[in-house]
Write a protein of this length. Sequence first.
Length: 518
Amino acid sequence: MSTVDPGQALRARLSEAGIDLTYPEAVMREVEAWEREPGIDDPTLEDRTELPFVSVDGPNTRDLDQALFVERRGAGFGVQYAIADAAWFVRAGSALFEESLRRGASYYLPSEAIPMLPRPLSEGLISLGPAVDRRAMVFDMTLDAEGLCTRTEVVRARIRSRHQLTFDEVEAVVDGRSEHPVRDPAIVASLQQMRVVGQLRANDAQARGVVPYHRSEVRVRLTPGVDARLSAVEVARNHVEADNAQLSLLCNAEGARYLRDRASSAGEAHPIYRIHPPPSDESLEQLQACIDAAARAQGLEGAWRWDREHGSLAEFVRCLPQDDAHARFAAAISRQTIMVNLRSTYAREPGPHYGVGSEVYARFSAPMREVVGVFLHKEMWEVIAGKGDAPGRDEALRQHVIESANRSRELQRQLSAAADQRVIDDLFFADLGLPLAARPAHLGTLMGMRRGRAYVQLDDPPLDIKVYVDRLDRGYRCDALGVVLSRAGKQVARLGDAVALRVLDRDAQGRWSLDFVD
């Protein structure tokens, strides 16, 4: 087992990719200049400090990109969603912008976050912290009684957040529990309306055929100490986090439409879109066949069978039984529905985002964490002001931003995969010191099979591992649909079954050899 501190090892990977923990002197000089003159008193800003904005985020978040205020507006709702005005401080051609372009995004490690912008900006001057005036891009949206957006105005404003609230704290407010920290009736009313709007937007997403995947994620965290180790835990999203996400998605879709219309009508804007193509008909046909065969193998009927002719994939996933007796099978089927998805990318041409069910989509909501957000805010302000950079310059810059954004997403994926692998390595290395017969059986769920590999999600830690069954030389065979695994003509496991694995060894490429325990 490696003795290198896991946090240090991941930081080294970042360094190899050219991402440093420190920033160039020219960048820090610009930070100091902004601290002296931040532009909070800019007379062109619309003053909305009287509105009871609050930020709603995770408990350890310091770079607060968003704050919100929701109210009744006639028969419908008014949603004011404020996003930090990073583009005011990070201007094209500046050292700050060039460094942001080089980094592409903030990076998240189990031990720490490596911010795209220096902390005095990302956690200070730009962040929408409580009880201080801040610059913001405010999406002022009018929604009808069904939660559909009928009008959007985008303004550059000065706001003052009243509270920095966590998802759990807001859930306590909405549920009316006495321990919540909010006493202002206007804020309580705003958060209650946020719940209503969030549910209406979720209903609209359902009507648009958005597939409702489970609301939890696996996070790898560093346990500090002399023997620092990584551990993986599954964290469920509560209703408030989902509600807040619906408002963020709405802003991103509305902003994309706004810039798309200006770009197509007069060439005034140079948007960057987040594109997510839908699954192909062929992959959906294969998915249906896999689900049907898996249900038959488990002896299940009814809601476990998907008929594409009579119901969408979204309807099927939403109606999957959630009883404990079939929890593993439901998880495996949900995983199969995810696997038909293609990866999303950033692009200059508009296109649909299948994952959120939007005809066009752009990432306005994280301008302190993604250079693409800074660029989109710049484009929005230029369109609103009726002026911008020379078209050729903006076009060239847009391409550089797209390349940087896509590159940073791939780097974050690699970092997350490396952290997951370190957790697995720590777990399995301990087994190698034991005689084979004494090595523990690791329990998990068979999530899928293809190309000589079986994919198992362990129960503890809740991470995915690959079992290279084609290299075990024990006569393993998987059927054509990836539903039944057999050995020497006898069934070993079906998709969604509980399985037990034992560590055999580790090859020179760092791949673990595991076998199924009878």
